[in-house]
Design a protein around this ligand. Structure first.
Ligand SMILES: Nc1ncnc2c1ncn2[C@@H]1O[C@H](COP(=O)(O)OP(=O)(O)OP(=O)(O)O)[C@@H](O)[C@H]1O
Length: 289
């Protein structure tokens, strides 16, 4: 794959830097506890307009908790989050945000068609809950984007896991979000669906959508990724070019695609809750391949 010096792929680098100036998501000093366990221990994260940022890390490192805190599902015990420059506690413009949760069923046991589930994602844009022509067109477009037009009338219960995931993504796209947050969108998805999802995402990114996604492996999405933030034990241990998969690099500073870029080093030493990984210890990203 073609790469540029910074470690970004050529495709990611082609997108204009001026589109990336405005912060869409900022997370500062975020701490969160689930049960009695401190799961986020002071993370900083920023996603700028038009950027595609991957949140990586081993199982249990806090990736899902981090994105769930961004959408207000997990309260912080300390720190602050802004969305579109508005503090999260005052943010109401949820139609601007599309969220695809970690693999769940689209139907939740309620019989519903593909079109009905996708249309539920458009409700935030409809006037008085009544869908107009533009709303119906947006729903059809979202279904088409994920290649399920021929299944629109089918029950979601009749779909494969990968098709299910495509429905959830279409639901998130139906409102035309400016920010798309996806938690492991490729997990358990068949290769054909992965290709469709990658193409869908590429189209969104080309149109200017900002993307924050939790990933286990970069896979088909790698060409789109501008930057990777790696969590370990609730701390940011890397913020910079997407690292190579485990086994392909030895340490963050040893590879042009593996090391933090100047100015992007999260400097965990400055964060009392987080400790830098031992020198020479491989950066564990949670990548499986
Ligand atoms: N509701 C909960 N109550 C208590 N602990 C929780 C809860 N949800 C998650 N945890 C714990 O918080 C830690 C971080 O979980 P989280 O789901 O954010 O990690 P993750 O990096 O997304 O992992 P995975 O890749 O497995 O999804 C884990 O140790 C998990 O067991």
């Amino acid at each position: 794959m073609a790469t540029v010096e910074s470690g970004q792929t050529a495709e990611a680098a082609q997108r204009t830097p001026e589109r990336r100036s405005a912060p869409v998501v900022t997370v500062r000093g975020a701490r969160a506890t689930l049960g009695s366990r401190p799961v986020l221990r002071g993370i900083d994260l920023a996603v700028h307009s038009g950027e595609v940022v991957a949140l990586l890390g081993a199982n249990g490192s806090g990736k899902s908790t981090a994105v769930r805190s961004v959408i207000g599902q997990v309260p912080l015990t300390d720190g602050e989050i802004t969305l579109f420059s508005t503090p999260l506690r005052r943010f109401r413009d949820w139609a601007r945000v599309g969220y695809v949760p970690q693999r769940t069923t689209a139907a939740s046991g309620v019989p519903a068609t593909v079109r009905e589930v996708v249309a539920s994602g458009r409700l935030s844009r409809t006037r008085f809950g009544l869908p107009g022509k533009a709303d119906r067109a947006a729903v059809e477009r979202a279904i088409e984007l994920v290649g399920l037009t021929d299944r629109a009338k089918d029950s979601v219960e009749a779909l494969s896991g990968g098709q299910h995931q495509r429905v959830l993504i279409a639901r998130a796209l139906a409102a035309g979000p400016e920010l798309l947050i996806m938690d492991e969108p490729m997990a358990g998805v068949d290769l054909a669906s992965q290709d469709i999802l990658a193409a869908t995402l590429r189209e969104q990114v080309a149109a200017g959508t900002t993307v924050l996604l939790v990933l286990h492996e970069l896979g088909a999405l790698e060409p789109l990724i501008d930057r990777a933030v790696v969590l370990r034990d609730g701390c940011v241990v890397h913020d910079g070019p997407p690292p190579r998969a485990v086994g392909q690099h030895s340490s963050p500073s040893s590879s042009s695609r593996g090391g933090p870029m100047p100015g992007h080093d999260p400097s965990p030493l400055t964060n009392p809750g987080c400790h830098p990984h031992a020198a020479g210890e491989p950066l564990r990203t949670g990548l499986l391949s």
